[in-house]
Design a protein around this ligand. Structure first.
Ligand SMILES: C=C1C[C@]23C[C@H]1CC[C@H]2[C@]1(C)CCC[C@@](C)(C(=O)O)[C@H]1[C@@H]3C(=O)O
Ligand SMILES: O=C(O)CCC(=O)C(=O)O
Ligand SMILES: [Fe+2]
Length: 390
């Protein structure tokens, strides 16, 4: 198992900027929180061994570019039944092949999304000591993290991340998070991300309606399921790397969440495993990436596949992305709609692809026991079945 307790992490201060000795709130033992400071790492001719990934995981040069399915939402927004049906068909085609598509004409305010990426750059340029005010607590999906050096002992991703929650039922929850973690002077930064989340939520509802129509369930099925949802927002910062071919920005994985809307800058680095090989995804100005995650794969009873993807880094330019992870309310049971479980020709019940679970259970699994990868949900389901049989 990948997890290592922070105190066992023996990365020397030279490679990671600092080892802040801090008292944990419960056991009063000192633990080592390592910060990932690329400016220090940059001076080394080689990247630390902990960041080196196995050959089988490393990216190759000159990958083929994926012909990414494009879903034009203009048809959906115009509301005509025929246009909605045609847009849903494009979603179905994308979700039964790659589980991944671009959306265009999505009506997300361009100024809001440009400003969010610019503000993420500002956030990551803060002094490490400031970012560590919001350092991730063990078991939490939120906070600032450098290379996951507090969680893993090897295959460290070449990135720093800043994650926070966006709960539909809480007003100004994002602003409150930024001010409570970083300080009152970061209220405007929180306001930028609050506005970004409002735009992402509106788009996610349109996507949920299209997913419902594409599975023959109607517009309301998933929109209602997620209406009291909670989201995880993750800002990714991938510094330029002196040995990009030896590491990864984010390792191969399927998002354990339900639906991901990814806004990325124009640097490029996202790759999708499709047609039996890794393929590069070229950024498209004004287009947003949408991918199916494990939780929606379960909600569709496996009809739509969670998309296997990763992010690579490069020697010249840092790269940033904002991932908006749509999740159900934590205690809501993840179970496919009944209509997907009855035989199409009036035959017997369709077998369940995955057992019932709650999002809170799957999230906790990824934050405390299992490093999310290409088979998170299968591993989670297997452990549940084993534990229920003992
Ligand atoms: C629920 C989540 C766990 C991760 C963030 C969200 C959705 C994607 C997951 C992740 C990015 C998959 C790759 C491994 C991971 C550890 C990472 O590189 O950040 C995952 C996130 C996490 O566990 O923090
Ligand atoms: O940064 C990217 O392009 C992908 C990031 C990602 O997959 C994630 O954060 O889950
Ligand atoms: Fe992802």
């Amino acid at each position: 198992m990948e997890y290592s307790s922070p105190t066992s992490l023996l990365l020397s201060p030279a490679t990671l900027d600092l080892n802040i000795k801090t008292k944990t709130h419960c056991s009063n033992t000192s633990s080592t929180i390592a910060g990932f400071n690329p400016s220090l790492l940059w001076e080394q001719p080689k990247i630390p061994q902990a960041f080196v990934w196995p050959h089988s995981d490393r990216s190759q040069d000159q990958l083929q570019e994926l012909q990414v399915p494009v879903v034009d939402l203009e048809g959906f927004f115009d509301g005509e039944d025929a246009s909605v049906a045609a847009t849903a068909e494009a979603v179905r085609a994308a979700c039964t092949t790659y589980g991944f598509f671009y959306v265009i004409n999505h009506r997300v305010d361009a100024d809001v999304s440009v400003n969010a990426l610019r503000t993420a750059e500002e956030l990551f340029k803060l002094p490490l000591s400031t970012k560590l005010r919001a350092r991730r607590r063990p078991g939490s999906a939120f906070g600032y993290v450098g290379a996951h050096a507090d969680r893993f002992a090897s295959k460290l991703p070449w990135k720093e991340t800043f994650s926070f929650g966006y709960d539909y039922g809480v007003n100004d929850g994002v602003v409150e998070y930024f001010t409570s973690k970083l300080g009152e002077e970061y209220k405007s930064m929180g306001r930028v991300f609050e506005g970004y989340c409002e735009e992402m939520k509106a788009l996610s509802m349109a996507i949920e309606e299209l997913l419902g129509v594409s599975l023959g369930l109607g517009r309301e099925e998933y929109r209602e399921y997620f209406q009291d949802g909670s989201c995880i927002v993750r800002c990714n910062n991938y510094p330029a790397c002196q040995e990009p071919e030896m590491t990864l920005g984010t390792g191969p994985h399927c998002d354990p969440t339900a639906i991901t809307i990814l806004h990325q800058d124009q640097v490029g680095g996202l790759q999708v495993f499709a047609d039996g090989k890794w393929q590069a995804v070229r950024p498209v100005p004004d287009a947003l990436v949408v991918n199916i995650g494990d939780t929606f794969m379960a909600l569709s009873n496996g009809r739509y596949k969670s998309c296997l993807h990763r992010a690579v880094v490069n020697r010249e330019r840092e790269r940033r992305s904002l991932a908006f992870f749509v999740c159900p309310r934590g205690d809501k049971v993840v179970r496919p709609p009944r209509a997907l479980l009855v035989g199409g020709d009036g035959g017997g019940d369709v077998p369940r692809a995955f057992p019932d679970f709650t999002w809170m259970e799957l999230l906790e699994f990824t934050q405390t026991q299992y490093r999310a990868d290409a088979s998170t949900l299968e591993s989670f389901a297997r452990r549940r079945l084993l534990s229920s049989s003992t």
